[in-house]
Write a protein that binds this ligand. Sequence first.
Ligand SMILES: [Zn+2]
Length: 374
Amino acid sequence: MFLLMKRREKVYPIKFLLILFISMIFGININGQKKNSTKFNTVVIDAGHGGKDPGALGGNIHEKDVVLAIALKVGKYVNEYLPDVKVIYTRDKDEFIPLYKRAEIANKSDADLFISIHANYISDPRIHGVETYALGPARSNENLEVAKKENSVIVMEDEYTTKYEGFDPNSAESYILFEYMQSTYVEQSTLMASLLQKQFHDRAGRKDRGVKQAGFLVLRNITHPSVLVEVGFLSNKAEEKYLMSDKGQTYIASAIFRAIRDYKKQYDEKSTEVKTAKKEKVEKKPDITYRIQVASYRHMIKKGSGIYKKFKDIYFYKEGNRYKYTTLSSSDYFDITNKLRQVQKKAPGSFIVAFEGDKKIPVSDAIKITNTEK
Ligand SMILES: [Zn+2]
């Protein structure tokens, strides 16, 4: 930091110091929500649907009953075989829980993982198999249809138009929002999804339909890694029978449990590595991006409205319950401070934020890292 300041001190030393100071304060405040424990210790198991919402209707069984039976078995296995992991159910009985409530339960618990369990239904009775989703833009119509179907349950909720900011689960346009969503946890969520698919195939002998992405509302507001599993098709006679049976439910639940166990193992190993190699990491090639934060909203805003009117180059990220909008970027702190002065003419309250990869970090940390590099 000292070296950097010296190099430019003739140009604008006081301004620079002021900006640095302000950024550091912001950095420290923003980082206040961190988890204390570095080990994997809480999982949220979300049985889809419930109560007045039956979910998909098979010939003989409702989705809500199949997924609850599986969810409870998963929780039982975790309690039994991973006693240091706390299990939280979004529901443990036949009960209607709005989607936003499920995210609330997960976020309040500061969980390490959220798994939403569902069963699928499609007009073609031949289609069968298991697929797992991470949050993101759907790459095929088929995936979009699955998200639409699962999201459409919100119309059963009171005041859903205000709760979901006018999101229309059946309009393709609503899903454009997911194109611009950057989940901080894509990598971990995708890892979990692939561990699940591996277990469904290897352990339960199910057809592996792969890891996918789509815009699921239940995952949208969750502030940690999260996946949605479609454990099979109730529209396929044989699969419905399998999912109704205690044996089928046991195999599926045990596959989910094994994936949680494997994920925990990797997570715990990584956190130990990070601890011991922290110093080394600083010396490795840093991936730091500075951006200028220009606005923060409680709700996601549409392209062309709000802050989009003032700035062309908008990138947003989610932190806690807020959507934070940034403009411009640079890997160089001085460069971004120059840009900041221009931006502040249009948005006086704007300030610098820093990211390491996709992860937001305090600006003071970012400066330390970029300085070590120089
Ligand atoms: Zn469902």
